[in-house]
Write a protein that binds this ligand. Structure first.
Ligand code: PHE
Length: 400
């Protein structure tokens, strides 16, 4: 801004020497300076007429359904909050950036949301690796970040400005280890990990710990890289290890291909996984091959709770009949959680907001009742779903 103004002064001085060309330059510079003044006047953050909330999400790329769902849920919450008058006498403005499911992009877009746009808080991301990239930036700037769905413990370990509205993987891993032991009666399990993903590596580790503690045996550990297309080598080796079940803590695109190739190879045991499975794309790609398998996640759209029913109805109405998945519910919860904390803080200032978020003892989320613990993680239940007839069916709820 300063530079443009001094350019304007300089041009004005030069324009004294009668040249028409210089006068035209002067006018142009003036218009540019005015335009940039107006633009920077919009960068109000919490200080203007609206409260600017930044969101980063994978709206395109490999995990696009994660980003689209969490964004739609977040947007619905913001619309409902604004329709009810907003908070502190102001409406919310949601600014969303697409990180394209790509490493490197979260840092870029979150820097921009904070430094250029003046966001008072950041909502995002679903995938743990991408939340881990943005968290240090929010921490350094003293801007609270709320991840809707990243379950790797390291995310909130980044610092005291980083929160989440979901449970963490030590819990999710134990839930699936107990399910394998008690419900599937599995004694031997093979684990197939995406070594490119912090989420997958963490969940594999916690599952193994839980399953061995419950008396089970890990009969094989195999790796893949997210984005691989051919898993036959590892799946053949898994088959010869003769497991009772295979734990695959991956994301839906890879998992669907793994299920297809497992079926082709005659590996006919239950495949089980975590929340990364949850996308209707799992069924679209996987078809028959994903039928009967199980995964843990954050909520069931077919659960009979009034809060879930109201959310599912509102979401379907807003998004052409689409049934909200877990990321959509968690995106919604992340924005509602933020608004609740702003109300309690009576402010959008970073430290006050952080303290209010940290002090949450009970919050009624669509994905269940939750409390924020000393690590800034949400303590709440998980659900287990089964793929049945091309849809996800509720099997059970597991309390922490
Ligand atoms: N928990 C996963 C992660 O941390 C992301 C995820 C959340 C995927 C919810 C699906 C549903 O990377």
């Amino acid at each position: 801004m300063k530079n443009e103004l001094s350019l304007l002064t300089l041009t004005a001085v030069e324009s004294k020497d009668t040249s028409h060309e210089l006068k035209r330059m002067f006018l142009r510079a003036g218009v540019i300076a005015l335009m940039s003044m107006t633009l920077s006047g919009c960068d109000a953050g919490g200080g203007g007429d609206t409260i600017l909330v930044g969101e980063f999400a994978s709206l395109t790329g490999k995990e696009a359904t994660f980003g689209i769902s969490s964004h739609e849920g977040t947007q619905l919450a913001i619309e409902e909050l604004n329709a009810a008058g907003g908070v502190l006498g102001k409406k919310f403005e949601l600014k969303t950036e697409d990180d394209q499911s790509k490493a490197g992009e979260p840092a870029n877009v979150v820097n921009k949301l904070i430094s250029k746009d003046g966001a008072i808080a950041i909502l995002g991301e679903v995938a743990s690796s991408r939340s881990l990239e943005a968290a240090p930036i929010c921490q350094q700037n003293g801007i609270p970040m709320i991840s809707p769905a990243s379950t790797n413990p390291k995310v909130t370990e980044t610092g005291d400005y980083i929160f989440r509205v979901c449970f963490i993987d030590p819990f999710q891993g134990t839930v699936m280890a107990n399910f394998a032991t008690n419900t599937l009666k599995a004694k031997k399990v093979a684990v197939f990990t995406d070594v490119k993903s912090d989420y997958s590596k963490g969940l594999a580790k916690f599952f193994k710990e839980g399953f061995t503690k419950a008396g089970g045996q890990i009969v094989g550990e195999f790796d893949f890289n997210g984005g691989d297309k051919d898993f036959k080598g590892q799946l053949t080796a898994i088959k010869s290890a003769a497991p009772d079940a295979v734990f695959v803590p991956g994301y839906y695109t890879d998992v669907a291909l793994i299920c297809i190739q497992a079926k082709q190879l005659g590996l006919n045991v239950p495949l089980i996984g975590g929340d990364g499975w949850e996308s209707d794309t799992l069924v679209k790609i996987g078809g028959d091959a994903v039928e009967g398998h199980y995964f843990s996640t954050h909520y069931a759209a077919d659960a009979a709770s009034p809060k879930v029913t109201a959310f599912v109805e509102a979401y379907k109405k807003r998004y052409n009949g689409k049934v909200p998945d877990a990321m959509a519910a968690l995106g919604y919860d992340s924005a509602m959680f933020l608004a609740d904390a702003i109300k309690r803080a009576g402010s959008t200032e970073g430290t006050k907001l952080r303290d209010a978020l940290a002090a949450t003892k009970e919050f009624e989320a669509v994905t269940g009742k939750m409390a924020i613990n000393a690590q800034r993680d949400a303590v709440k239940s998980a659900v287990i779903l089964q793929v049945k007839g091309g849809a996800f069916k509720f099997v059970e709820t597991v309390a922490p």
